[in-house]
Write a protein that binds this ligand. Structure first.
Ligand code: EPU
Length: 338
């Protein structure tokens, strides 16, 4: 384990921003994590745990310690007649875990194909796509408390999962390093194809029975048609969360915009696609310095030409101000801004 100084983070954040970390360490095992945290350096330095860097926006160099989690491994740890319990290291690339499960015909995370980021970061914001969230298959995780270096297990109920949210973004923000997670996957996969255009994509294959691989391929095609590849155009997926508004505000907006897309969410509330609000506010494809709003999916902000983190934040502020002015809705960033 080697602590590096002034370490470049360009390749470690999917916006591709040219920033560096004052101190940097790459952790490759749970034992290394415990040993390093017992050394206590993190108690004297501002500390950031970094996974795949796919949900983070650096507005300046990080003046503290960045701990990159690279813990590998994918194993079946238990099975019964219905399920496999699969344990994966925090440093595994999320999509590699999805691929491994599809190859083994373990069902449950195929709808989460191609989501960028690492396994350890997945529970932090309860990643989700195409009608499925991590919490649907999540069983437990193992983490090390930064302060004490002690290991702790969290069961699903203890993680307080919500839409793009968990205890690790709230009370326990920056307090734990997630070393591995356990998912409970189906031996007889139950396909989840209700969301949007999945059915349509599946029909195009001409088959009449589908496997989890077919669902994964349909989702990969959908994502590729809308979402920019971070290797080609720096981005961090959806920049904002889809807002949930109450019935009164919805009724008011609906009068002026009868076509507003909306999905019921809990009692008397509606989830509105932020992409629609941004598009209606005239921001599709709009540029600001090196930053831009993606043309196919306006919920995604991109680094199209040597943008700085500040350029992207400025663009996001212009968007939220306009959306607020037009609709009275406050957009909340999904991406973590540092
Ligand atoms: N829409 C527009 N204009 C557009 C694109 C979309 O008005 O140009 C509206 C349409 O009404 C469309 C709706 O937005 O029906 C939903 O679009 P989409 O299915 O692309 O999904 P999203 O709500 O914009 C969410 C997630 C994505 C996830 C997709 C698919 C959030 C913040 N984002 O986006 O997650 O891939 O659903 O499930 O919930 C991410 O979190 O980084 C991410 C990419």
């Amino acid at each position: 384990m080697e602590i590096k100084e002034n370490y470049p983070l360009r390749g470690l954040n999917t916006f591709g921003l040219e920033v560096s970390a004052r101190y940097f360490i790459d952790i490759k095992s749970t034992d290394d994590a415990i040993r390093f945290l017992h050394s206590g350096m993190q108690r004297n330095e501002k500390t950031l745990i970094l996974g795949g860097g796919s949900n983070i926006l650096f507005t300046h160099d990080y003046d503290g310690l960045v701990i990159k989690v690279s813990i590998p491994g994918i194993h079946v740890v238990r099975e019964n007649d219905h399920f496999y319990w699969v344990k994966a290291g925090g440093g595994v690339v999320w999509n590699d875990l999805v691929e491994a499960c599809i190859n083994a015909d373990f069902g449950g995370i195929e709808n989460l194909s191609l989501i960028p980021g690492s396994v350890g970061a997945a529970p932090v914001q309860n990643i989700g796509a195409y009608g499925v969230e991590l919490k649907d298959t999540f069983e437990a995780l193992e983490a090390i408390e930064l302060e004490s270096g002690e290991k702790r297990y969290f069961r699903k109920e203890e993680c307080h999962f919500e839409y793009r949210d968990s205890i690790f973004k709230n009370e326990l923000k920056d307090k734990y390093l997630i070393t591995n997670i356990v998912l409970r996957l189906h031996k007889k996969p139950i396909l989840n194809t209700a969301y949007g255009q999945i059915e349509k994509k599946l029909k195009e294959t001409g088959k009449d029975k589908f496997t989890i691989r077919d669902v994964s391929e349909a989702i990969i095609a959908l994502r590729r048609s809308k979402l920019p590849d971070p290797h080609e155009l720096g981005n961090a997926g959806s920049f904002f969360k889809n807002p949930v508004i109450d019935h009164d505000l919805f009724a008011k907006i609906h009068k002026s915009f009868p076509d507003i897309p909306h999905y019921p969410e809990g009692e008397n509330k509606f989830k509105i696609p932020a992409a629609w609000l941004i598009e209606q506010s005239g921001f599709k494809g709009k540029k600001h310095k090196g930053a831009a709003v993606h043309v196919n999916q306006p919920l995604v902000l991109i680094n199209y030409d040597h943008a700085t983190g500040r350029d992207i934040v400025e663009l996001s502020k212009q968007i939220s101000e306009k959306v607020h002015e037009n609709f009275g809705i406050l957009l909340e960033p999904e991406v973590r801004i540092l």
